[in-house]
Design a protein. Structure first.
Length: 90
């Protein structure tokens, strides 16, 4: 499913226009992104939790040359599915 298909489903389920559904989806993703940038987690009970994890500096290899490369430390977004979502997918 891509973004436009998701917008169609949101519009149908909420009985709103596709434009309004698109704005709502954009607002949701922007709010989650902003919160993660601040270092906080976003918990949607029954759906899951978005959080940020820290990744340590590590060694990697350039696949083309085989040369050792240092991959710098950084932050990475993470999603953990909630119980209701896990049960629905089973």
């Amino acid at each position: 499913m891509n973004k436009s298909e998701l917008i169609e489903i949101i519009a149908a389920e909420a009985d709103i226009s596709k434009a309004a559904a698109g704005k709502a989806l954009d607002a949701l993703t922007n709010a989650i992104t902003y919160t993660l940038k601040q270092g906080d987690a976003v918990t949607l009970v029954g759906f899951g939790t978005f959080s940020v994890t820290k990744r340590a500096e590590r060694q990697g290899r350039n696949p083309a040359t085989g040369e050792a490369v240092t991959i710098p430390a950084g932050k990475s977004p993470k999603f953990k599915a909630g119980k209701a979502l896990k049960d629905a997918v089973k």
